[in-house]
Design a protein around this ligand. Structure first.
Ligand SMILES: C[S@@+](CC[C@H](N)C(=O)[O-])C[C@H]1O[C@@H](n2cnc3c(N)ncnc32)[C@H](O)[C@@H]1O
Length: 359
């Protein structure tokens, strides 16, 4: 069973959601003023008085410190880290982030992304579906291109092409390349500004569409056109990997907080229209001094279901589509981070799954 009862963004693939020491605070059905937010463009709004002493506001912690861990890291590791930090020296050295000093892309990577887990899954899918290793990837909707960076670090023959429309986020990702990669690794990564539906370039082993970014396409026709473009960009024995989320909670208007080291991440399922299937979601960040970066990111998505996605992949010409569903840890009843091809899922309140499609 995949009982990933946390927000799909900031998803916790390797520990299976809760039960890992993080504090999730849901505010389902306690939201007001949702109408005001409809159609509002995401301009990050800074709230609060910076410079206020670090305290428990926002964190819900009496000691006024933020702990927690990036999604997907083991609880054991995090606890050890927290323990190391408990000395007074470490405390006094810590400079807390505020809404004014934070970098929203860095916070996003820390709270939402798991490039290592995604690259592990590429390797697993290739072993199981193709019996050979994947070398070239195209990361669609790459944003900061965290997966591209991880991919080229792994093997000397790995190449990565990142595609995104937004120059600002691509610039942020490009700036990380010389910081984090060797010159040889940097040569094997290319970030291009383009629409994923019209991007040109050499055919690749794998195209990735992760963190539900393709939910931006609101109609079957738009989604089919995107899937067709992906298929054209794949080698004949390539694989298209994409993730999906669902479950009863995904249709609810609710907020969920998760504490990280130095900030709280809020996933805000702000508005869902059951007639169109359109959802407006936000990510907010808040800080120990009480300041907030509201609407740091906005997502207007169509909430696609797995059967719809599979049907549209078939309409776009994909010959075979399998779903990887997460196993269950017997003791905790939570997801165990082990993904298997499955024909039957379970009706969890919230789940994340991967699809692997053959062109
Ligand atoms: C949710 S972010 C994804 C970031 C990252 N890939 C991840 O997995 O978390 C979505 C990104 O898709 C980009 N985007 C939206 N529509 C696009 C399109 N048609 N073509 C290329 N990029 C697009 C946005 O600029 C944004 O950076």
């Amino acid at each position: 069973m995949s009982t990933l009862t946390v927000t799909p963004r900031g998803k916790d693939r390797t520990t299976g959601g809760r039960g890992d020491g993080r504090k999730d605070r849901k505010k389902a059905d306690r939201k007001g003023g949702k109408d005001a937010a409809r159609g509002v463009k995401a301009v990050a709004e800074i709230e609060g008085k910076p410079g206020r002493k670090s305290g428990s506001r926002g964190s819900g912690r009496s000691e006024g410190r933020f702990e927690g861990k990036p999604a997907g890291k083991s609880a054991k590791k995090s606890d050890a880290k927290a323990g190391r930090r408990s000395g007074t020296k470490a405390k006094s050295r810590k400079r807390w982030l505020t809404a004014r000093t934070c970098d929203r892309h860095a916070l996003y990577e820390q709270s939402v992304q798991e490039p290592e887990a995604e690259c592990d899954l590429i390797d697993q899918a290739w072993r199981e579906q193709r019996g050979r290793a994947c070398r070239s990837i195209r990361e669609d909707f790459c944003g900061t291109a965290a997966v591209c960076r991880e991919w080229v670090k792994r093997e000397e023959d790995h190449t990565a092409l990142g595609v995104d429309l937004d120059t600002e986020v691509l610039g942020w990702g490009r700036a990380r390349i010389p910081e984090q990669l060797t010159a040889a690794q940097a040569k094997r990564i290319d970030l291009v500004q383009s629409d994923v539906r019209t991007v040109r370039g050499p055919k690749v082993d794998s195209v990735l569409a992760m963190n539900f970014s393709y939910y931006i396409f609101q109609t079957r026709e738009e989604l089919r056109n995107y899937f067709r473009a992906v298929r054209r960009g794949l080698k004949p024995d390539g694989l298209f990997l994409l993730d999906a989320y669902g479950g009863s909670e995904s249709f609810a208007e609710m907020e969920e907080d998760r504490d990280f080291d130095g900030f709280t991440y809020t996933w805000d399922q702000h508005r869902f229209n059951p007639i169109t299937g359109r959802a407006v979601n936000y990510i907010h960040f808040s800080f120990p001094d009480g300041t907030k970066l509201r609407r740091a990111f906005e997502y207007t998505w169509r909430l696609w279901t797995l059967p719809e996605i599979r049907e549209i992949l078939a309409e776009a010409g994909f010959s075979d589509v399998v779903v990887y569903w997460e196993g269950t840890d017997r003791k905790s009843g939570e997801g165990n981070g082990k993904w298997k091809v499955s024909a039957e899922g379970d009706a969890a309140a919230a789940w994340v799954a991967y699809l692997v499609a053959k062109p």
